[in-house]
Design a protein around this ligand. Structure first.
Ligand code: BLA
Length: 499
């Protein structure tokens, strides 16, 4: 049976996971009227056995043992959630979180340990970890430290820093795990493993916890409330597809903490445990705080690296450009600085094409291919072009991947000349966690199921070079302008002298 990938993805993306009509049974949910006495209208979970035998129709404040009105009146601006109210149950202690929606007050109750970690201890730990993040010399060290810190915080068997890539697939960039487990480090997972609406929810709610995959969902009662939007509810029932996914992976409990950078979901701290395991609300808050610190440090380190790269490019430009201001013809002037030009953009080959004249250095394809590339650049309007997979864009480049997979082309304003920086193919080996082409099996009438195997599936990607960085592309544009200025000054000097 053929599987249709577009069908698969939209099916996953369309599952309405925010209205599952049920919760995970380790918690309780109360649904109260938004106004008036906040009368309790509906609920889910073992409310009778764990909180109060008769609860329907009662005032929320009575059930919780405290007046909720002042809490709701004093919600900080823009916030519609109050968390961490202690509530005494029949035989256990809960912590309550109140969410105000347009129509209702939703109150979720989660059981908590008797002795939560003190605020001072937590703050001291957070401070120390934030300092170690700040001192990390590079991004990889930062990711490694983050994996260890989150493992220390959560106590899960395996903690991964999972980063989304351009196409929404993702990769495990760091891992701290029980040494008895096999590693997922560097493994790649297809985009369909975490569908679009789930990613959107994880920006809105920064933590998602599944203390065990073996549970009977507790339905909302009365049944008329089954369509209630549970987007913000931590104990929201989990998509059956995802529960099967975790079962296939051999995971019993999972927790994810979102890493949101500049408003976008950059990645997740993905935690697995081989037995049941909870992440109580106070630990989730600590985790969310740490994850925002991590996101800020990722940004700071990316910015510092870009700044260093820009600086190095400027230094290289400043040594090349004055030498073009010589009275030699353009061709000779560029030949004189070819090595610097090639090296500064980390190219494997460099060529200049002016008319049908070709100058070539380092690893380049044959002259006729270079001329063909130059013609194509002119036809495309003569603006600089950068690609790391030229063969996919230009048929005549196919078969020349070993020398010309990457191209940065900069047409000069002078003499119809074009500068080409070329990069060789770098065969990339991707280790997928399971065959991504089999991520979903759909058969007519069958339930949607995630893939069954997570054994390493190696894929090689050819025809691509290292990507050009934004800074390198900018440098190409700048070189074009500075070449032009240098040659114009030269013209002016020569004219003045002749005059
Ligand atoms: C949710 N999928 C998730 C989540 C993760 C993953 C982390 C968040 C919930 C959680 O913390 O468990 C996937 N888990 C991973 C990945 C790694 C990991 C990639 O540890 C790598 C290290 N899943 C499928 C298919 C579908 C699907 C085919 O494989 C769709 C049909 C759905 N995944 C799916 C859904 C959710 C999900 C619906 C949301 C679950 C929820 O929040 O209710």
């Amino acid at each position: 049976l053929e599987t249709d990938p577009t069908l698969d993805l939209t099916v996953c993306d369309r599952e309405p996971i925010h209205i599952p009509g049920a919760i995970q049974p380790h918690g309780l949910l109360l649904v109260a009227a938004a106004g008036g006495e906040h009368q309790v209208l509906a609920g889910a979970g073992a409310i009778e056995a764990r909180l109060a035998a008769d609860w329907q129709g009662r005032r929320l404040s009575d059930l919780l043992g405290q007046d909720v009105a002042p809490l709701l009146d004093h919600l900080p601006g823009g916030l519609d959630t109050v968390g961490q109210l202690p509530v005494e149950g029949i035989g256990e202690r809960f912590v309550a979180t109140l969410h105000r929606t347009g129509t209702h007050l939703l109150v979720e109750l989660e059981p908590v340990a008797d002795e939560p970690t003190s605020v001072a201890t937590t703050l001291g730990w957070l401070d120390a970890v934030a300092g170690s993040f700040e001192r990390a010399a590079d991004l990889q060290t930062l990711y490694d430290r983050a994996a260890s810190a989150f493992r220390r915080l959560t106590g899960f068997d395996r903690v991964m820093i999972y980063r989304f890539l351009d196409d929404d697939a993702g990769q495990v960039v760091a891992e701290d795990r029980d040494p008895a487990l096999e590693t997922f480090r560097n493994h790649r997972f297809p985009a369909s493993d975490i569908p679009r609406q789930a990613r959107a929810l994880y920006v809105r709610n920064r933590t998602r916890v599944i203390p065990t995959i073996d549970y009977d969902p507790a339905p909302l009662r009365p049944a008329g409330f089954a369509q209630l939007d549970l987007s913000d509810i931590a104990v929201r029932h989990v998509s059956p597809v995802h529960l099967q996914y975790l079962r296939n992976m051999g995971v019993e409990a999972s927790a994810s903490i979102s890493i949101v950078k500049d408003g976008l979901l950059w990645g997740l701290v993905a935690c697995h445990h081989n037995g049941p395991r909870r992440l109580p609300p106070d630990v989730r808050s600590t985790g969310a705080t740490l994850a925002s610190g991590l996101a800020r440090q990722i940004r700071a380190k990316e910015e510092a690296a870009a700044y260093r790269e820009r600086l190095a490019l400027r230094v290289a430009e400043d040594s090349v450009v004055p030498r073009l201001n010589s009275e030699e013809p353009l061709r000779a002037a560029i030949v004189a600085v070819k090595d610097e030009l090639c090296a500064m953009l980390h190219a494997d080959g460099f060529a200049m094409i002016a008319g049908d004249q070709v100058e070539r250095f380092g690893r380049c394809p044959d002259d006729d291919v270079l001329v063909g590339i130059a013609r194509w650049v002119r036809e495309r309007g003569g603006e600089p072009i950068a690609t790391h997979e030229l063969g996919a864009l230009l048929p005549i480049a196919r078969g020349h991947e070993q020398t010309a997979s990457g191209l940065l082309a900069v047409p000069l304003h002078e003499e119809d000349a074009i500068l080409l920086w070329l990069r060789a193919e770098t065969i990339e080996t991707i280790e997928w966690a399971g065959n991504p082409h089999k991520s979903v099996a759909v058969e007519p009438g069958a339930m949607l199921t995630p893939r069954a195997s997570f054994a390493v599936y190696t894929e090689t990607v050819s025809g691509r070079s290292q990507r050009w960085t934004l800074e390198q592309i900018e440098a190409g544009h700048r070189l074009r302008r500075r070449f032009h200025e240098a040659r114009q000054h030269l013209q002016v000097r020569i004219l003045n002298r002749e005059y």
